[in-house]
Design a protein around this ligand. Structure first.
Ligand code: SME
Length: 149
């Protein structure tokens, strides 16, 4: 893992060990991730029946606080049960826009066995901001966050 990803993972682990309530731990994790270069907005959605429900975020406010599991880049990850990386949101018809600045996006599932519990959604104002190193990093973060869902 890249050194800044390693440091962020350690900071998330430390934040999860505080006495805060689960909602505060989730917000702390978003805040830590959002400090990484290119991570303009970080959102944690829980899958509740067929709807993704926003539980915590850091960055720009989004109007998409509830997303049906078939809609958007976020919903596409639920359908495929896999990460989704979009290098240019403007050319992806699935994209649900939150603002005009976002250029690229990654959605990473939080799973427990076969169960799709939640997802980490990161928006970037940079084109093609996310790659294999971000997927490897977010996989580690997702493992840490899974017990909170
Ligand atoms: N862009 C997402 C919607 C959620 S916001 O990015 C926070 C999508 O297309 O599903």
């Amino acid at each position: 893992m890249k050194p800044d990803h390693e440091r962020a993972l350690q900071a998330v682990e430390a934040a999860l060990q505080t006495a805060d309530a689960p909602a505060q731990k989730l917000t702390a994790a978003c805040r830590i991730l959002q400090q990484l270069p290119g991570y303009t907005g970080v959102y944690l959605y829980a899958l509740e029946e067929d709807t993704l429900v926003l539980k915590a975020f850091h960055g720009r406010v989004t109007e998409h606080t509830r997303i049906p599991s078939g809609k958007g880049i976020c919903g596409a990850s639920v359908q495929t049960r896999a990460p989704v990386v979009v290098t240019d949101v403007g050319s992806d018809p699935r994209y649900l826009a939150c603002n005009l600045e976002t250029q690229s996006e990654i959605v990473f599932p939080i799973l427990r066995g076969d169960a799709y519990l939640a997802q980490i959604d990161v928006d970037s104002d940079d084109r093609a901001a996310f790659g294999a190193d971000d997927e490897a990093f977010l996989a580690r973060v997702a493992e840490r966050l899974a017990p909170l869902f």
